[in-house]
Design a protein around this ligand. Structure first.
Ligand code: ADP
Ligand code: MG
Length: 247
């Protein structure tokens, strides 16, 4: 679904991602863990081309891009294609405040996918039902809790019918009592066979849902392996101490 090789990203003179290699297969649920500032968000953003890497290559759903790249037509087409197939859910839900839940979910279907209103509405209602918010379809974000807003954001991403979903700390902005409802929705997506990568500090959740895990440190992948390899059996001192200190 996604692979990256030699992926490198700089901000100014700071190398934020160094020679990243990874593969995401269909059905994988990969948790991405590691200290703050280690490059987890930048990695996700490079995989769906919200950030343009400086070196290496990304193959997203069959579209191979090598970096650095000339900004030409083919490049732009590949970037559009990857962004459509690789959905993203952010920490801050980024809903449009002047639109209802339903309008938030239909907007990109109308504008980006150029669907008819009826078609967009049918899909949006289906996905609002998936996240358990059909009854809130006409509510504005200000009338929804943070957990409900994040579930609308997830419905919005699902509505675009992505092949892979990247979650960047989807519960970090939520009050503790609202975390569970969002994790439950993500867990159900994982169980239904969705391909996803999840950056999270919820270690219990990560252990439970992921088939594989990646530990990042200083812009590199320190270890990548099965969930057991990373969460229970890692020989890396820094991974063990990271996990211990979070408990
Ligand atoms: P994480 O998600 O693991 O906390 P990030 O990917 O957000 O880490 O950040 C990795 C490093 O890149 C940090 O040192 C951060 O300050 C830096 N960084 C992230 N985004 C930008 C940006 N847009 N401009 C400059 N530096 C950035
Ligand atoms: Mg981050």
């Amino acid at each position: 679904m996604i692979s990256a090789k030699g992926l490198t990203k700089l901000f100014g003179t700071q190398t934020v991602l160094k020679d990243i290699r990874l593969q995401v297969q269909k059905g994988d649920v990969i948790s991405v863990i590691g200290p703050s500032g280690s490059g987890k968000s930048t990695l996700l953003r490079c995989l769906n081309l919200l950030e343009i890497p400086d070196g290496g290559e990304v193959n997203g759903c069959g579209h191979l891009i090598r970096f650095p790249v000339r900004t030409d037509r083919q490049f732009n087409q590949d970037v559009q294609a990857i962004r459509l197939k690789v959905g993203m859910v952010f920490q801050s839900f980024n809903l449009w405040p002047h639109m209802t839940a339903l309008q938030n979910v239909t907007e990109a279907l109308l504008v980006v996918k150029r669907m008819s209103k009826e078609e967009a509405k049918t899909i949006a209602l289906e996905q609002l039902a998936t996240v358990g918010l059909l009854d809130k379809k006409d509510s504005y974000p200000s009338k929804l809790s943070g957990g409900q807003q994040q579930r609308v954001a997830i419905a919005r991403t699902l509505a675009m019918d992505p092949e892979v979903i990247l979650f960047d700390e989807p519960t970090s902005a939520l009050d503790p009592e609202l975390v569970g409802e969002v994790l439950k929705v993500i867990k159900r997506l994982a169980e239904s066979g969705r391909t996803m990568m999840v950056v999270t500090h919820e270690m219990g959740f990560a252990r439970e849902i992921s088939s594989r895990a990646i530990f990042m440190e200083n812009g590199s992948i320190l270890q990548e392996g099965s969930s057991e390899d990373i969460f229970y059996n890692s020989n890396e001192f820094r991974i063990r101490s990271f996990l211990t200190n979070l408990k």
